[in-house]
Design a protein around this ligand. Structure first.
Ligand code: CP3
Length: 351
């Protein structure tokens, strides 16, 4: 089963995700909506981050901003990986310049049991915003697909266990190694919440999903397989039946790319540290997404485009290639430079 109109299904982004020939290499940017855009700062003025994620009108406007400005090949739904936790009543906030902060960190089986399950009815602003966005995006550049997303269980668990952002994820990994029963219960709970968040977006019309396991690079391959992969696999399997491509991304995952693909991805997101030449043979019969170093947009335009050209050329060896940065857009990025990059990638000749 596939969703959406023929024009949408024929978009360069969905073709590349499925591994079909494309007229140009499709491009979008992780965190394309956000602080790098003056129009974003304007509409966010005086509105807390999580409040903006619970307001269909703001979600719609912010999701569309980078599409209007850059003409990127895909939109990404404006929300956050911790929004579903907020929706079920976990006491948390997103602190500007810090990130998600959780009031009562999770450490015991009782703590896990106290986190309620998520139902689509708890996300009315998500369904409503996706529904409106799909209608608007159908008329932009012949049909622009919307990517839904969720946090993968490990990355979301890290915020719940640490209580906030962390470099080492020491408490998270201590729980994982030392209390496997608590860990398993927590990962199952989050996997279910993330799956419902994704299912809600796809049911309302999202054409693809991305599962963000941003901090999975903190794990050895053995520990990833034992403690994390089965839970991410469960999320991806639930989406697998819905007929939309699944992108699976993490940072510092050079040694995990094969395993992240095997978790059930159609497209493996590659961060900027791993050359695509090395990533492509490892991911097997899957497409790749990436992977320009996000700091290269601060370099002279010719330097940036020379590196982008090398990535497009390398991507030709893949089943399909979606161009992106190797992680999110840095807030101080000059939007004009991203506009030049978009134009460069979309007009780069593939014959
Ligand atoms: O444009 C997009 O990519 C869509 C929106 C999006 C946001 N967060 C909006 C946001 C997406 C896909 C995310 C995912 C997310 N959130 C991840 C995974 C992606 C990644 O970057 O690895 C993670 C780890 C989070 C948790 C989180 N939320 C962090 C670390 C921060 C930054 C804190 C800060 O202020 O530096 C946030 C807040 C956040 N999420 C912002 C945006 C636009 C900034 C909030 C603001 O404008 O004040």
């Amino acid at each position: 089963m596939t969703t959406g109109s023929t024009a949408l299904q024929d978009s360069a982004f969905l073709k590349a995700a499925r591994g079909e020939p494309v007229p140009h290499t499709p491009v979008w940017f992780m965190r394309q909506a956000g602080r790098s855009l003056p129009e974003y700062l304007e509409v966010r003025e005086g509105v807390a981050m999580l409040d903006s994620c619970m307001n269909a009108e703001l979600i719609t406007e912010i999701t569309l901003q980078p599409v209007r400005r850059y003409g990127v090949d895909a939109a990404i739904f404006f929300s956050d990986i911790v929004l579903p936790l907020k929706a079920v009543g976990v006491d948390l906030d997103i602190v500007p310049g810090v990130g998600p902060v959780v009031a009562d960190p999770v450490r015991t089986l009782e703590d896990v049991a106290a986190i309620p399950s998520l139902t689509p009815e708890q996300l009315p602003y998500v369904s409503q915003a996706v529904d409106g966005l799909v209608g608007e995006l159908a008329g932009i550049n012949g049909g622009t697909p919307l990517i839904g997303f969720a946090g993968a269980p490990f990355t979301v668990a890290s915020y719940l266990v640490e209580g906030g952002p962390s470099k080492e994820h020491a408490k998270t990994k201590a729980l994982m190694f030392g209390a496997p029963d608590v860990w398993d219960a927590l990962m199952r709970k989050i996997a279910d919440i993330s799956a419902v968040f994704l299912e809600t977006q796809v049911a309302a019309g999202a054409s693809a999903v991305q599962l963000f396991d941003s901090w999975a690079g903190a794990l050895t391959p053995d520990d990833y397989v034992r403690f994390v992969q089965p839970h991410s696999a469960r999320v991806l399997a639930r989406i697998g039946g819905l007929g939309v491509p699944r992108i699976h991304f993490g940072v510092g995952t050079t040694n995990l790319l094969d395993l992240m693909g095997e978790a059930g991805a159609d497209v493996v997101g590659v961060d900027w540290r791993t050359p695509l030449e090395r990533a492509i043979p490892v991911v097997g019969d899957r497409s790749v997404q990436g992977n320009l170093d996000p700091t290269l947009v601060f370099a002279p335009t010719e330097v940036m485009t020379e590196r982008a050209a090398a990535i497009i050329e390398a991507g030709r060896a893949a089943r399909g290639h979606v161009f992106n940065l190797g992680h999110g857009v840095i807030p101080s990025t000059d939007p004009d430079q991203l506009a030049r990059l978009t134009e460069f990638v979309q007009s780069y000749p593939l014959d």
